[in-house]
Design a protein around this ligand. Structure first.
Ligand code: AHR
Length: 660
C-alpha cells in the first residue's frame, strides 16, 4: 500500500528545540575496547540472492533437481529448432543425487537442434569476458556441440564455441569449454544455447545434465561469486558475516533443514535443497563457498548451526538431540579443526588445509518464533544449554550465541550471548538508541533494517518498496547506540542483504540487482560510512541526545579520533550546531568531516529502475579552533563522521554513480 507522501513526511515529527551548539567533550581514557567488528550482514538464499544472485552461476535449473517440496521441471529451458525436450529418470543417472536429466530428441533431417536457457531472468554478456562452461552428456553422438550466447530478442550471436563430442551411450561424459563474447550485448535479455547436429545423434536423442556457465567470478574463485554484487558487499567494509540464515538454516521441516554436509564437494554430488522462500535451491553456494567469501572480504563468521527446530514447528526431543549436537561439532571441526582431524581433512581435501577462524557459533535461528511456545520453551529448557555445554567443552574460546535475546524473555546463561532481531519503523529504531546500555550479556544484532514507515502499523502493516532515507537515518541511530556498547555488542548485521528484482519475497534490502545491474540503497550509504571508520575503543563523552545521537572513540591502528553522529527530527528541521572537543587533541588539528544527507522527501529511495542516487555526500577538512574544538553544523536527517585520521581511500567513491 502506498500512502500519500505528504502524510508520510509529516510522520517524521519534530522533537527537541535547540538554541545553541551542543557542546561535546570526549575524554581520552575510561572507555571500552570494542571487539572491532561492528558491521556486517546476514546472507541466506532469499529473493534469489544466492542462486541467481551472489552465486555467479548463470544457468537457471542447471541440473533438473528434485527436493522434498519441489519436483524436477523444465523451468528456464526451451527447445531450439524443434528438438523435443523431456525429463527422464534414467536407470543410470549422472549421480545418486542428480537423478533427473534432460532428454533432447532430434527430429531427423533438422540440422542443428538443441536447447537454450533463460538464465536468471537474463544473462549479462560483455565483450572479452571469458565464460567458463561445462555439461554432461550420455548417448551416441559423433560430431560437435555448439555452445553460444545469443540475444533472446534478435537471435544475434555474441559468442560461440565448438566442443568436440566425447559422448558415449554407456556412461556420462563431462564436456568443458570456454566462451568469449566478441561484443557487449545491448541488454541482458540473452540466452545460452547448446546445439548439435541431429544427423550425428544415432539413437535420435541425447541426455544432458548439469549444464553450467560461469562468468569471471569475484577474485577468480571456482564456483564463486558474481563480481558486481560481491564488490557492492565488499565496499560496505563488512567485518561480520552471519551464515547461512535465517529461516534457511531452520528449513521447512526437520527433514529439510540446511544440511551443510550436502553443500560440499563436486556439484554433481550436491542434492537440491528445499528452499524455504518458495523455490528450489541448488546447494551450489555451500559452506565452503561462504567461508571462502568471508576470507576474501576479511569477515568474521557468525555460524548458525541447526538446533532441532524447523519452521513448521518440528521440535527434536531431548533424547534425539545428540545427533544435531554432534553434527554442529563436526561442522565446527570442518571450519577450524586441524587438517589432520576427521572433518578438517575433508576441508583440506577440498583445497583449504588451513583452518579458518571461527569465534561465534549461533544455536538455531529465532527459536522464539517457530512452534511457539513449545519451540522457545524447549530451547531454554534443553536445546540451548546442551549445545552451549558441548561446544564450550570442546572449544572454550567460542562465543556461543542464543538465537533469541534477553528481550525475547531469556536470561541467557553465562557464558552465552544473545541475538536480537529488529525489523521496524525508524521511530522505533531511534527509541531503541539506549536499548543495550544496561544489558549484561553480550549480544549480536543478527538482523536489522527499517522496513515500515512511521505510524505504528506493526509487522503486518505496509512495508516500504525500497529502503528510504528516513529509515536509513533511523538505522544509523540504532547502530550508533550499539556502537556505544561495542564492548558487549558483537556487531550488527543488515538483513536480508540483497534482492533480485525479478523474483523476491522481501522488499527491503541494502542492495537490489538484476542480471546486469546493481543498485545501492540509501541504507547501503549509511552502513558504508559507519563501517569505514571502525573504533577500537569507545571514549566517554558528554551525553546529551535527541535530536543528535552520537558515539566517540578512537582507532588505535590509524591513531584517529572519531565521532559518528545522526540527526533525527530537529525542531523545525533546523541544522544542529556542534562543538566537539577530544581531550588531548590540540588546536589546529585537522579532521575529515563527511556528512550524508537525503532528498527533501524523507521517503525518497534509490529506485533501481531509475538508478538515481538520492544520497548526497559532502566531505570537507576542518580544523580545531583555539580551544581545540571542532565546530560544525549537521542538517536534520543527516549522518556524519568526523575522523582526525581518515582511511586513505574508500574504493567505491569513484565507482558509484551519484556520489560526490
Ligand atoms: O531476513 C529475513 C528473515 O527474517 C530471516 O530468514 C529470519 O531469520 C527473519 O525472520
Amino acid at each position: 500500500m502506498h500512502l500519500k507522501l505528504s502524510v508520510l513526511a509529516s510522520t517524521f515529527a519534530c522533537a527537541a528545540s535547540l538554541a545553541s551548539a551542543i557542546d561535546i567533550s570526549v575524554k581520552s581514557t575510561g572507555g571500552n575496547a570494542t571487539n572491532g567488528h561492528q558491521y556486517g550482514f546476514l546472507h541466506e538464499d532469499i529473493n534469489n540472492s544466492g542462486d541467481g544472485g551472489l552465486y555467479a552461476e548463470l544457468i537457471r535449473n542447471r541440473a533438473f533437481q528434485i527436493s522434498e517440496r519441489f519436483p524436477a521441471t523444465l523451468d528456464g529451458w526451451h527447445s531450439v529448432k524443434g528438438a523435443k525436450l523431456s525429463l527422464k529418470n534414467l536407470s543410470e543417472p549422472l549421480s545418486d543425487v542428480l537423478v533427473t536429466s534432460l532428454n533432447v530428441a532430434a527430429p531427423k533431417g533438422h540440422g542443428q537442434v538443441g536447447f537454450q536457457n533463460d538464465g536468471y531472468w537474463g544473462i549479462d554478456v560483455k565483450a572479452r569476458k571469458k565464460y567458463t562452461g561445462s555439461f554432461w552428456v550420455k548417448g551416441t553422438y559423433s560430431g560437435q556441440f555448439t555452445a553460444s550466447l545469443q540475444s533472446n530478442i534478435t537471435g544475434q550471436t555474441f559468442g560461440s564455441v565448438r566442443v568436440k563430442s566425447q559422448s558415449t551411450p554407456d556412461k556420462w561424459t563431462e564436456h568443458s569449454f570456454e566462451l568469449t563474447s566478441s561484443r557487449d550485448a545491448p541488454n541482458s535479455n540473452n540466452t545460452f544455447a547448446i546445439t548439435f547436429d541431429a544427423s550425428g545423434a544415432k539413437e535420435g536423442s541425447l541426455d544432458f545434465n548439469l549444464i553450467s556457465l560461469f562468468p569471471p567470478t569475484f577474485k577468480g574463485r571456482k564456483n564463486g561469486m558474481r563480481v558486481d554484487i560481491a564488490e557492492a558487499l565488499e565496499q560496505l567494509h563488512p567485518t561480520l558475516f552471519r551464515i547461512p540464515g535465517g529461516n534457511m538454516l531452520e528449513g521447512l521441516t526437520n527433514r529439510t533443514w540446511w544440511d551443510w554436509k550436502n553443500t560440499l564437494g563436486p556439484l554433481k554430488d550436491r542434492p537440491a535443497f528445499t528452499g524455504v522462500w518458495g523455490y528450489q535451491q541448488t546447494n551450489g553456494l555451500g559452506l565452503l563457498e561462504y567461508l571462502e567469501f568471508a576470507e576474501d572480504l576479511g569477515m568474521e563468521i557468525v555460524l548458525g548451526v541447526y538446533d532441532g527446530l524447523s519452521l513448521n514447528g518440528d521440535i527434536t526431543p531431548k533424547d534425539q538431540l545428540q545427533f544435531f549436537i554432534d553434527d554442529a561439532l563436526d561442522q565446527i571441526e570442518f571450519i577450524r579443526g586441524p587438517a589432520s582431524s576427521k572433518w578438517g581433512s575433508v576441508r583440506a581435501s577440498l583445497g583449504h588445509p588451513e583452518p579458518w577462524k571461527l569465534e561465534y557459533v549461533e544455536i538455531g535461528n529465532e527459536d522464539w518464533l517457530a512452534g511457539a511456545p513449545k519451540g522457545w520453551d524447549t530451547f531454554k529448557e534443553y536445546r540451548f544449554p546442551l549445545f552451549l555445554e558441548a561446544i564450550n567443552k570442546a572449544y572454550p574460546d567460542i562465543q556461543v550465541i542464543s538465537s533469541g535475546s534477553v528481550y525475547d524473555g531469556y536470561d541467557i546463561p553465562a557464558p552465552g550471548a544473545g541475538d536480537y532481531h529488529v525489523y521496524a519503523e525508524p521511530d522505533t529504531l531511534v527509541a531503541e538508541f539506549s536499548k543495550f546500555d544496561n544489558v549484561k550479556q553480550p549480544h549480536i544484532i543478527g538482523e536489522m533494517a527499517a522496513i515500515h514507515p512511521n505510524g505504528g502499523s506493526g509487522w503486518d502493516g505496509p512495508q516500504q518498496p525500497f529502503p528510504w532515507w528516513g529509515g536509513a537515518v533511523g538505522e544509523a541511530v540504532s547502530l550508533i547506540g550499539y556502537e556505544r556498547n561495542a564492548d558487549r555488542i558483537i556487531g550488527a548485521a543488515y538483513a536480508p542483504i540483497i534482492r533480485n528484482m525479478n523474483r523476491w519475497q522481501w522488499a527491503i534490502t541494502a542492495i537490489q540487482f538484476t542480471a546486469d545491474k546493481v543498485t545501492r540503497s540509501t541504507s547501503w550509504y549509511i552502513w558504508e560510512l559507519m563501517a569505514a571508520h571502525p573504533l577500537t575503543e569507545t571514549l566517554p563523552a558528554t551525553s546529551q541526545f535527541d535530536p543528535l545521537y552520537y558515539v566517540a572513540g578512537k582507532n588505535e591502528k590509524t591513531g584517529g579520533h572519531i565521532f559518528k553522529a545522526a540527526v533525527y527530527n530537529s525542531t523545525d528541521g533546523a541544522e544542529v550546531p556542534v562543538k566537539l572537543s577530544f581531550e588531548g587533541v590540540k588546536q589546529g588539528t585537522t579532521a575529515e568531516l563527511t556528512i550524508l544527507t537525503g532528498p527533501k522527501d524523507p521517503y525518497g529511495s534509490n529506485d533501481p529502475f531509475t538508478g538515481v542516487n538520492v544520497v548526497k555526500t559532502s566531505k570537507k577538512t576542518i580544523r580545531s579552533d583555539k580551544t581545540g574544538s571542532f565546530q560544525f553544523s549537521l542538517p536534520d536527517l543527516s549522518i556524519a563522521v568526523l575522523d582526525t585520521s581518515p582511511p586513505k581511500s574508500r574504493r567505491w567513491n569513484s565507482a558509484v554513480k551519484g556520489s560526490s
